[in-house]
Ligand binder design. Structure first.
Ligand code: AKG
Ligand code: FE2
Length: 264
């Protein structure tokens, strides 16, 4: 984990013109991208953040600078994927389903996985800027690690709670597709990243998702078992990510677009 954070630090401290090489369009299927904003076209207030992201599964892409970043990203992504697959089985079991249920339903053998990193230098005006505004993640869940600086906050009972993520630990953040699949039982977490004025914060996130072509809808087995009506319409994962990136759901959850009107 430390090697991954160090590699990210190396990337973010490269000269601007070297990082520019990895800049690409804001398209879901780009192999990688980097920049200084959350939604390049839609940002309305001061964001104090550099980022990069790379698709690491089913095909593996990585930044090629600085030296070693690609190897570290590959090792980190492989190992983190194993953890994600085990968590996926455990969630299925916790719902009374076969441990392989979610793997099959979400085609995780071809799961769409992204490795991303956020870099927030110390900020002189922490009240008027943000690392990342309020959002939910789009996959099944996200695994997050960080350097020694806290900054992640989750919305709980209408208030922001700061999350302490100790070194060498993953914070597991449930995301939209798990909410849809479980018909709201495993709720997608609303979160944001705040800034500090003392030291640089680096977070690395691994988004574990269904395959790009999977249509995700509430699991029929769960609806039947609990006698529930589906709360969400079904949608193909790539379409979902496009809505998320398009900014239609800016500062809101893309999930709201998927909710049946009758559903609570
Ligand atoms: O930096 C953080 O703690 C949050 C990052 C995050 O939410 C994201 O990249 O989606
Ligand atoms: Fe997030």
């Amino acid at each position: 984990m430390k090697a991954m954070i160090d590699a990210c630090h190396g990337f973010f401290t490269l000269p601007d013109e070297e990082r520019e090489e990895f800049k690409s369009s804001n398209d879901v299927l780009e192999m990688f991208n980097c920049g200084t904003s959350y939604n390049l076209d839609l940002d309305k207030f001061l964001k104090w953040r550099d980022f990069f992201n790379a698709r690491v599964h089913p095909e593996f892409y990585a930044l090629s600078k600085p030296a070693g970043v690609s190897e570290v990203s590959l090792k980190f992504s492989r190992k983190t994927r194993q953890v994600a697959l085990e968590i996926t089985s455990a969630i299925a079991e916790s719902l009374g389903l076969d441990p392989s249920y979610i793997h099959h339903a979400m085609n995780t053998d071809r799961g769409f996985e992204i490795l991303a990193a956020n870099y927030n230098p110390p900020c002189p005006q922490t009240e008027s800027a943000i690392g990342l505004p309020r959002h939910t993640d789009s996959g099944l869940f996200t695994l997050l690690i960080q350097n020694e600086m806290n900054g992640l906050q989750v919305e709980h009972n209408g208030k922001w709670a700061t999350i302490d993520v100790p070194p060498n630990c993953f914070f597991v953040n449930l995301a939209d597709q798990m909410d849809i699949l479980t018909n709201g039982k495993y709720k997608s977490l609303i979160h944001r990243a705040t800034l500090n004025n003392k030291a640089t914060r680096i977070s690395v996130v691994f988004s574990h998702g269904p395959s790009a072509d999977t249509v995700i809808a509430p699991a029929p087995e769960l609806l039947e078992k609990h006698g529930q009506a589906p709360k969400y319409i079904g949608m193909n994962y790539i379409e979902y990510m496009k809505i998320q990136l398009s900014g239609k759901s800016y500062q809101k959850s893309t999930l709201d677009h998927m909710r049946y009107k009758h559903a609570g």
